[in-house]
Design a protein around this ligand. Structure first.
Ligand SMILES: CC(C)(COP(=O)(O)OP(=O)(O)OC[C@H]1O[C@@H](n2cnc3c(N)ncnc32)[C@H](O)[C@@H]1OP(=O)(O)O)[C@@H](O)C(=O)NCCC(=O)NCCS
Length: 205
């Protein structure tokens, strides 16, 4: 995103932790630069779920859930950072490509979904490679705050614990307050970040 701006105004512009702010040839140049916080939680710690919903919550069934997942994730994420943008077409096309890549190998799809009378209303996937980590956690706007994300987590944590995985990782933008609060409420702890600690000790962050 580029627009004309003076150096003085650029310095006073409110900052978002996931965006880079530069001044090039008299224009402010804002570009997305996600720097997520890392979280982790042991899988042998039970998820304290107090559901306020009557959705069906179960493990992902790849072939059956693929289309519903893409629709839900497109709907939720086209309005969330880092995909929310003034350049709507570009971002939405990028998001769609990423989602289609994620669900293109159904045999590798792992996670949990919730279904209500309108269809798939919440979903959460586990990253395909490396140590297990949550990704694409999404709850339809009209059913947030009812314990659905927590119920999905419970399904995933039980499955990981049953096959001997000791830990579940996750990431969230520092600017995504609902997500950070959700992670902390669900027993995740921030992973140590050496650079952040050094900057903090140095007084730069
Ligand atoms: C973050 C998100 C997944 C939470 O889903 P949810 O189903 O509403 O969460 P839950 O109902 O399970 O919340 C459990 C606890 O998390 C915390 N929490 C969840 N949403 C919160 C919010 N908006 N503000 C503050 N705390 C919140 C609360 O402690 C809550 O417990 P309480 O309801 O007893 O207060 C949902 O807001 C969402 O889909 N956001 C958009 C996509 C996104 O940001 N995903 C996360 C990517 S890392």
């Amino acid at each position: 995103m580029r627009f004309p701006l003076s150096l003085d105004l650029l310095r006073r512009l409110p900052r978002h932790p996931d965006w880079k702010y530069e001044l090039i040839d008299g224009e402010a140049v804002l570009s997305s630069r996600p720097r997520p916080l890392g979280f982790r939680r042991p899988t042998d710690m039970a998820v304290a779920a107090a559901p306020k919903h009557d959705a069906e919550v179960r493990a992902v069934e790849a072939t059956r859930d693929r289309a519903g997942l893409v629709t839900l994730l497109l709907d939720v994420w086209s309005d969330e950072d880092p995909y929310r943008s003034f350049e709507e077409d570009v971002r939405e096309a990028e998001l769609r490509r990423e989602l289609e890549r994620t669900v293109e190998r159904p045999e590798e799809l792992e996670g949990a979904v919730a279904l209500d009378t309108h269809g798939l209303c919440a979903g959460l996937l586990v990253m395909g490679s490396g140590p297990p980590a949550l990704t694409w956690l999404s709850v339809r706007r009209d059913v947030r705050g009812r314990g659905l994300a927590t119920a999905l987590l419970s399904v995933v944590v039980d499955a990981l614990a049953a096959r001997g995985e000791p830990e579940l990782g996750s990431y969230a933008s520092a600017a995504n307050v609902p997500s950070v609060r959700w992670h902390l409420a669900c027993g995740f702890a921030l992973t140590p970040d050496r650079l952040r600690e050094l900057l903090r000790r140095d007084g730069s962050a």
